[in-house]
Each structure stands twice: as C-alpha cells, then as structure tokens.
Design a protein around this ligand. Structure first.
Ligand code: ZN
Length: 271
C-alpha cells in the first residue's frame, strides 16, 4: 500500500517537474520573442541613417552644433543660477534623426518649446526617470526650471526628448514644420525641439486656464539658459502654440515680454 502511495507520489512529482520544465522553456521562448519584437521596434525608432546615406554629412546638421555659447551671468545683475542633473531613463528619449520615416532629409533648426510641470518639478522628474517600454508612455523634457530658479538637466540637448506628441511649428515664413519619426505616430516637433518646462506654482492643478505665474528666478534662469544658444526669438514658442490636439494650454500665465526683456540684457541676445 505504502509502495503504491510512493509510486503515485513519485509519478506526480515527475509530472510536476516535466510540467515546470516545459512552462519555463515556454516562458523563456515567449519573452525572447517579445524581446526580439521590442528590439525591432526600437531599431525602427532609432535606426541611424548615416550608414544608409553616405552623403548625409554634406547636409548641414543643426544638432551637431547647437551653438551653445559659454554661460555667463546676467551682465545686468550678475545672475548665475543653481544647476543640477537628474537624467531621464533612456526609454524616455532617443536620438535626433536626420531623416523622417519617408526618407526626407531633415534640416529644421532648433525650436524652443516652453512647458509647465503642473505638478511639482520632482514629480515630473520621477515620471521621466521611470522606465517606460511602451511608446505611448514615453515622456520627457530637456530641462526643468524649479521655483527657486534651479536649472535641472534631464535629457541632453543633442538627444530627442518626448515633450510634444501631435504637434507642428509654424515658422516666421508661415512654413509648417513637423517631423514624423515613427509610422505609428503623427508628426511632431520633438526631433528639432528644445523642451524647457517651468515648475508650476503649488496647487495649480485646480487653477483653470491661469495661475499666479512664475518667479523672477525662473524668468532669469530661462533667459540665462537661452542666452547660451543662438536660437532666435521667433523660434521660442510654447506647447500651446505647437499642439494639434487642442488639449495643451501650457505654460499658463507665461509673460513673454517679461522674459524677452531679460533675455535681451545679454549682449549676444540684444533685439
Ligand atoms: Zn507641455
């Protein structure tokens, strides 16, 4: 009787072992398949075009030389902001590409797109530092400027941050600029955008279309940051202006004239 019981137990354990082995093998092969698919997706998104287009070096590439000038304190008041780095997870940004999905070569100069965080700067940074394997969840800015004027570097300027999904920039000549880098997404400004976000005042979730705006330090830091570039005033825009979903209104209560007045205090940015 006991022998029979042992035999049953042994055969049950044997089956359990085989079952576990088979399911483990199955899981490994499925996950490898998913990994391979993810790699295909990723390579579609970030395929370097240089290899296919040996002549591309002859095309001026606006991103190899973003014309960053040495940072100088505001010459009027000696303003020099605190700075720190809080790098985003690599899933939330990508390379800037030189060619769109249809094979057109891209030469759009950089455009500054201003945003606000709505929540705290730190909650936005946590979001950008979260790994997002799904394309739809990927989000980032290049820089956040906190309430005290601290400049937080999140994505390097030479990379493509995911700050504005369905978007186009209408330039001073009326030309509509947008780049499709992924066949599954509408064109956007991300490939040539420098996304900078201002930390919103506390409690601005509920404040509707306006709030009490940004601090003097935030305006100073924004001007200090952009005085390091040669991006012209007419290529400094807002998320609201480039958005095509009619859902974005940021940065709310941004005083453009106040900002430009500070920017123009820098000798290289005189209007
Ligand atoms: Zn925005």
């Amino acid at each position: 009787m006991i022998d029979k019981f042992r035999w049953i137990l042994r055969s049950l354990l044997g089956r359990l072992f085989v079952l576990t082995l088979v399911s483990a093998l199955l899981m490994i092969s499925v996950s490898q398949g998913a990994f391979a698919r993810a790699r295909v997706l990723f390579s579609l998104r970030s395929e370097p075009v240089e290899a296919e287009l040996p002549t591309v070096e002859a095309i001026p590439n606006p991103f190899k030389n973003p014309a960053l000038l040495p940072a100088v304190p505001n010459p009027s008041i000696g303003y020099d902001p605190p700075q720190r780095t809080a790098m985003a997870d690599p899933s939330n940004y990508d390379r800037r590409v030189l060619q769109d999905v249809d094979g057109n070569l891209l030469t759009n100069p950089l455009v500054v797109v201003l945003h606000e965080t709505v929540g705290t700067a730190q909650s936005a940074i946590y979001l950008f530092q979260t790994h997002h394997p799904d394309d739809w969840d990927q989000v980032s800015y290049h820089v956040i400027i906190e309430r005290d004027g601290t400049v937080v570097y999140i994505v390097p300027i030479e990379m493509r941050a995911f700050g504005a999904g369905n978007s186009v920039f209408v330039n001073a000549n009326g030309r509509v600029e947008g780049v499709r880098t992924n066949p599954d997404f509408p064109p956007s400004v991300n490939n040539f955008a420098y996304h900078i976000s201002l930390e919103s005042p506390p409690g601005s979730w509920e404040s509707g279309p306006t709030h009490r705006g940004y601090t003097e330090e935030q305006y100073q830091s924004l001007a200090w940051l952009l005085a390091r570039t040669d991006i012209p005033d007419d290529r400094i825009t807002t998320h609201e202006a480039v958005d095509r979903t009619e859902s974005r209104i940021d940065p709310r209560s941004f005083d453009r004239q106040r900002f430009l007045a500070i920017l123009h205090q820098y000798p290289n940015r005189r209007a």
